[in-house]
Structures are given as structure tokens and as C-alpha cells.
Design a protein around this ligand. Structure first.
Ligand code: PMT
Length: 224
């Protein structure tokens, strides 16, 4: 039922959680189901875009009409996949929930229970959006922000730091927003700091709003 208004547009979408292994039986991850990113992939493909979906582990079947599906585990894998596909794409939408930290050391043997507490030291992961923001040139980079406090101020900071074209902030404190749900409540923040809050929508409807904005930016760029 979608108009094919993104034909010829090449879009990378990241979705789902990353997994950071501690030992062969344990890992660190987060609550992302992949629903938001997969909804964007489905709608973008239905509108004619060539979609590369780079996804962490989810329970969702990849859409059939996308160009490429890349399954990844860790934040480092996701970084490599985004960078190696960047050249041939015009847009990157970072809807994945990427772990900011990973265990400093992976133990190839199961860590044994011992008396007292266990401390696991964590190292920072690369910030994929930040790295892409540095090298993207005229490509479009759209980020998400998942925060519980000072959403707008934090989102503004992220746009500037990561050189994003706009950012979609989940209003995590509202019901029907964020992780795991079929709906989302978002505010979109522009480079100039202006902000629009949307009512609760399905994740497909949120995807359409995001893709409409991307289409305007792409059309502006191609008319230059
Ligand atoms: O998957 P669902 O269950 O449908 O839930 C959707 C969602 C809440 C996961 C999604 O809408 C969302 O907000 N994704 C981004 C979550 C996140 O990691 O937010 P952040 O504020 O930590 O990061 C900001 C931006 O930087 C994000 O675009 C993120 O992809 C990116 N990032 C963060 C850390 C990192 N190491 N590399 C990154 O690229």
C-alpha cells in the first residue's frame, strides 16, 4: 500500500541488540527486540529502497524483499559490517541498541563460582554512529536516542557529537514507547535544535515518518 518513492535509494538499517560475551555461557546484552529497526527495513523496502539490514540476535524473520541481510553478534561486528557496506549506500539509520561496554577479557573457559563477589571489568566499545559521522561526507546519518532523563538535551548533544542529520528520541517513560513494544512514542530533534513530538504510533508508522524526512533530505541533495 506504499508509494514507491524511494526507488534507487540505498539504505543501511541497524537493528536489535548487540551481545558481548563474558565466557562460553554468559553474555551482556540489552532489551532491544529489533522491532523498530525491522519495521524501518520493511517499510523502506516496500517503498522501493535497496535495504541492507544489519541485525543483532532477534526473533523476527528478516523481510524477504531486502537486498542484504547481515547477522552480527557484538558491537565490533556491527561496526565492521556498517563500515564495509558504507560506500555503496546513501543513508545509515542506527536503530540498533549497541552496547557501550564489553568485558575487558573474554574467558574461553566458564568462569567458576568462588567465595565472595565477582568483578567483571568493562572496556568501552567503539561508538559506531560517531565513527560513521566522521567519515560519512554527504551521506545521511539518522540516530536514535534511548534515554530516561533529559531526553531532549541529551539528544541535541548526540546530534552534534555524532554529526547526525536528525535524531529520533524514544520517550521511554511513556507507555507504548521504546523496547519490545509494537508501538513507539518519539520526538524528532533536528540539527538546529528544533523538536517535534509525535503521538503514539505503530513502529511502521514511526518508520514512515522517518523515511519521509529522509526522502526530503535526499531530494534536496540531488537537486543541488
Ligand atoms: O528493538 P526494539 O525493541 O523495537 O526497541 C527499539 C529501540 C528502543 C532499541 C530503538 O528505538 C532505539 O532507540 N535504538 C537506539 C538505542 C541506543 O542505543 O540509544 P543510545 O542513546 O545508547 O545511542 C544513541 C545512538 O548512537 C543510537 O543511534 C545508537 O545506535 C548509536 N550508538 C550507540 C552506542 C554505540 N557504541 N554505537 C552506536 O552507534
Amino acid at each position: 500500500q506504499y508509494e514507491k518513492d524511494l526507488v534507487g535509494r540505498k539504505i543501511i538499517i541497524t537493528a536489535g541488540p548487540t551481545i558481548e560475551s563474558i565466557d562460553p555461557v554468559r553474555y551482556l546484552t540489552n532489551r532491544s527486540s529489533g522491532k523498530m529497526g525491522y519495521a524501518i527495513a520493511r517499510v523502506a523496502a516496500a517503498r522501493g529502497a535497496e535495504v541492507t539490514l544489519i541485525s543483532g540476535k532477534t526473533n523476527i524473520k528478516p523481510p524477504v524483499n531486502i537486498k542484504k541481510f547481515i547477522n552480527i553478534t557484538s558491537a565490533e561486528d556491527m561496526y565492521q559490517a556498517v563500515v564495509s557496506n558504507l560506500d555503496e549506500n546513501d543513508v545509515v539509520i542506527k536503530s540498533a541498541a549497541v552496547a557501550d561496554y564489553k568485558p575487558k577479557e573474554y574467558s574461553d573457559k566458564k568462569i567458576k563460582k568462588k567465595d565472595g563477589d565477582l568483578v567483571i571489568e568493562l572496556d568501552r566499545n567503539k561508538d559506531i554512529a560517531y565513527e560513521i559521522g566522521k567519515i560519512k561526507k554527504d551521506k545521511i546519518l539518522v540516530g536514535f536516542a534511548a534515554e530516561t532523563n533529559d531526553i531532549i538535551e541529551n539528544a541535541k548533544g548526540k546530534i552534534a557529537k555524532k554529526n547526525m542529520d536528525f535524531i529520533v528520541a524514544n520517550n521511554l517513560k511513556e507507555s507504548g514507547a521504546g523496547f519490545g513494544t509494537d508501538t513507539n512514542v518519539v520526538s524528532i530533534i533536528e540539527k538546529d535544535g528544533s523538536m517535534k513530538k509525535y503521538p503514539m504510533m505503530t513502529k511502521e508508522e514511526v518508520a514512515s515518518v522517518i523515511l519521509d524526512k529522509i526522502k526530503v533530505l535526499l531530494d534536496e541533495k540531488s537537486s543541488l
